[in-house]
Ligand binder design. Sequence first.
Ligand code: GLA
Length: 505
Amino acid sequence: MFPILVGRCAMRLSGAAIFVASGLLVIPALGQTVAGKWIGTQRVLDNGENDRVFLDLRQTGSELTGTVTTIGHIYQVTGAISGTHFELFSSPKDTKPRVAGDLKGNELHLTRDDDHFVAVRAKPGDEYPPFEHIDPPTLHDVPYNGLAKLPPMGWNSWNLFQSRIDDKTVREMADAMVTSGMRDVGYVYVNIDDTWQGVRDAQGNLAPNKKFPDMKALADYVHSKGLKLGIYSSPGPRTCAEYPGSYGHEDQDAKTFAAWGVDYLKYDWCGARMIYSHDALQPVYQKMGDALLNSGQPIVYSLCEYGSGNVELWGAKVGGNLWRTTGDISDTWTSMISNIEKQAPTAPYAGPGHWNDPDMLEIGNGHMTDEEYRTHMSLWALAAAPLLAGNDIRSMTPAIREILMNREVLAVDQDPLGKQAAPVKSGTLETWVKPLADCSVAVGVVNMGDAETIATVRASDLRPGAEAKLARDLWRHSSVAFHDGLYTASIPAHGVLMLRVLFKD
Ligand code: GLA
């Protein structure tokens, strides 16, 4: 069953008949079919390549099946046509069609990712050629590169800018990292995410696109500020945003990144789906792990495969310093909480050099309250998560600045013991406890509910049999006292109480 829009009425289709909300039966007009092969150019990428969409559709009554192939993705689709309007879905979970369109004469007027474009009947040879299959290497352990002894801290372009990122903006972010004081509290990586890529030359060397005229000069600039530069690629032929990936060019790209002076690589599975099943995750990631190690430059290796295949069990063996444990975060309370809670089972596998990554920060992007952003920051710190700010650090409010640069909370994240907390739930309260290297304990109590709630922290729950000697409220920056082994405080809706508690021996 697939949802389809008929006029303004959303509904579900099943079988050949389509009932609109009025109860009227709609059937495709006689002789009108979208079956067959169609080709249209959706957009021109920033590297000048045409992102053509090739549809190969079968139609039985109103039901549609087939494939949609773009420059970077292949989707098996199912859907339906009602009159001249059709919608194609690549997963029953999709709430939005992968491609929607209308048959108008001999053309399909299509919408994909909010782009509108026209497809016509394809000619032989219009198909994308299949990719050559390269067998993944035999498994072996990649030696540790000695990097990321603490969870990496920095900034990444994706959450806010997506494809609207360029050299000028990255330089301005580097400047702002310094002027805001972020660098001095530990944020050092300035990471360019997807859409920087140009095309490969005849020797297979990948250049940046017009938005990044000189990547080496940019790296030099970032380094001159006492910062480090990160970049993004994919083990597939194409990235998520459909730009060239490193498939078949792993060594070459690692050397190119090293020659530019890149210090950090985020390596995103996405386009590898066109070639490999999940069985190949480990050897495919290992290939770039080896390539980075042989590149001649120390490069932090960040795996991004959304937590598939229990990456926490093997991420470090393929040379990874951090690995995403979840799908993409968005700037909402639900998404933020869901990402951090989902990674709770991975807690035992975090440690110096190898970190679980619940995705980049959304703090300051405007769709959560400051209270919720404080909770976001506290949870990432308690989970020893990499801290990659995802906001516009050139124009932060004082509250956001204070949240991102709270040294007492950052010290919890950056604690050298590298333990990752996991939550204990009690009603609407969640308690996260993180042991720290100096034998103190960081505790965060999050109020998941919609009303202010009183929380009691019991010292003996933090360390059985121990008596609290000193406690700091890490958001109020003040000392607080435990009485009879208890500390009680009121926590606002979606807010957090975060303490660091020292014990009497
Ligand atoms: C995936 C990743 C995101 C981002 C985009 C870029 O969705 O999970 O973090 O890198 O790709 O296309």
